[in-house]
Design a protein around this ligand. Structure first.
Ligand code: FAD
Length: 440
């Protein structure tokens, strides 16, 4: 009787899950999740979402005759313990790229060798595996997106893994308690889990995918998929999603999924992406202005489109990509504040927060990363007038301004002085005043 353990990490799904499928090919399979106390405090929003994903996965595995085995503690020690308890010959794991994931993998390899248990790594976290396509001339990763996109588009994609039909747990193994979801911080965060992900995917593909290319930058239209938290936790297979989109000719959407893969292959060779500038020498002269930083975090900069984005982040644990660009550029290029402080704030709130995409995009915006035009500036007012021309997005998230009609909402300081003073809304930040003049 062959027994296998699959250590699930951020691949919380049944469909196209190569590590789970490989474990289920044995006579007995143990789908294991280890709640790691080292990660518990990082983000209440993501911890809540994770627990919802686990509850959904447990329900689905039970419907297939199995269960989700839950343990708490060090993932390596607990995985070895469960493998030994069940006499498993193999541990399966999805390969991942962050420094934390790589350390976990290395330790698991050492420990499984010590106990003579095989460790098998599987793809599944990206569409194309990080490192599978490489630039000519011996480079380890692409630094610029467009040539990566060309190679990525031409690369063969793996076949999708079969969804397990039945899951047979070893006899006598206790599944372990899964505590109810802890409280998050964002009142309007979406709910985690593969079931919810598939429901959203079906609706979105029918309603919004056809118009994605034209609408994805439109702030009030909110026409992007909002699937990023489900990709982050692996409730959706990025490969299955990319194939479905490609079959429908949705090239613009497939291209966005490629951006996700791009930052994974950068992180694979540059694990310090959250702390060290990708372009040596690009990182200098940042300001450390606690007061300005706090205004930015609170959505009280006095620049309405920036404040709307920052409040959406707190309210939903998610922010529209265009607003992420505007708010990140405002912090780094206008206020001149260190991008790492922005990384940390986003990482606390985002349901989709992950190291490659959060840090990679912050570095792109700050000009320390993979942007081929690192000195570009985003003028927030011009961005607002272009992507929220009637001010609908701003009024949705900044109620103090809901009485101002149309595009005037983007520059309240241009209202007659008495009208502006009657708003419970700040003028542009002190340190930003000259800029505000220039923005007129
Ligand atoms: P859609 O437009 O529907 O795109 C589909 C998918 O493509 C997304 O779910 C995402 O997986 C991927 N994608 C889209 N744009 C990007 C991009 N620029 N980079 C990488 N992948 C992309 N994305 C994260 O998943 N996690 C993060 O922590 C994160 N932090 C960011 C920080 C900053 C400063 C910026 C500018 C962007 C960040 N992004 C991050 C990228 C992007 O904003 C989100 O992926 C996107 O807004 C998610 O919404 P959606 O699912 O509706 O996207």
């Amino acid at each position: 009787m062959r027994t296998a353990v699959v250590l699930l990490t951020r691949d919380l799904r049944l469909h196209d899950n190569p590590a789970l499928a490989a474990a289920c090919a044995a006579d007995r399979a143990v789908p294991l999740y280890v709640l790691d106390p080292a990660l518990a405090g990082l983000s209440p929003n993501r911890t809540r979402f994770l627990h919802q994903c686990l509850a959904d996965l447990r329900g689905q595995l039970r419907a297939k005759g199995g269960d989700l085995v839950v343990r708490q503690g060090d993932p390596v020690a607990e995985t070895i313990r469960v493998a030994r308890e069940t006499g498993a010959g193999t541990i399966h794991l999805a390969a991942d790229v962050s420094g934390y994931a790589r350390r976990r993998e290395r330790r698991l390899r050492e420990e499984s060798e010590r106990h003579r248990i095989a460790l098998e790594l599987h793809p599944g976290v990206t569409v194309v595996e990080p490192g599978a396509v490489r630039p000519g001339g011996g480079g380890e990763s692409y630094r610029v997106f467009t040539p990566y996109f060309r190679s990525w588009s031409a690369a063969p994609w793996r076949g999708q893994a079969q969804t397990p039909q039945r899951v047979a747990l070893p006899d006598g193994l206790t599944a372990g308690d899964l505590p109810g979801p802890p409280a998050g911080e964002s009142p309007h965060a979406c709910e985690g889990g593969e079931t919810e992900a598939r429901r959203r995917l079906t609706t979105w593909m029918r309603q919004d995918l056809p118009g994605y290319a034209e609408a994805h930058d439109d702030l009030p239209g909110d026409g992007t998929s909002r699937l990023s938290p489900y990709l982050r936790w692996g409730c959706l297979s990025p490969l299955a999603l990319a194939e479905a989109a490609r079959d429908r000719g949705a090239d613009a959407f497939v291209r966005q999924l490629c951006w996700r893969d791009f930052y994974y292959q950068v992180t694979r060779v540059f694990p310090g992406i959250s702390t060290d500038a990708l372009r040596p020498g690009a990182d200098n002269d940042w300001r450390y202005d606690d007061d300005a930083l706090q205004h930015w975090k609170d959505g009280l900069t006095g620049v309405p489109v920036v404040d709307a984005g920052m409040r959406q982040l707190r309210d939903e644990g998610w922010m529209h990509n265009r607003a992420r660009l505007i708010t990140a550029a405002f912090l780094t290029k206008h206020l001149g504040i260190d991008w790492r402080l922005g990384v940390a704030w986003f990482f606390r709130w985002l349901l989709d927060g992950d190291v490659p995409n959060n840090s990679g995009n912050w570095q792109w915006t700050a000009g320390t990363g993979n942007d081929t035009r690192p000195y570009r500036r985003f003028n927030p007012i011009r961005q607002a007038l272009r992507f929220d021309p009637d001010g609908v997005y701003v009024r949705r998230y900044v109620p103090e301004l809901k009485g101002i009609n149309g595009a005037a909402v983007h520059q309240p300081w241009r209202l007659p002085a008495s009208e502006f003073r009657s708003l419970d809304y700040p003028g542009p930040l002190e340190s930003h005043r000259d800029e505000a003049v220039w923005l007129r």
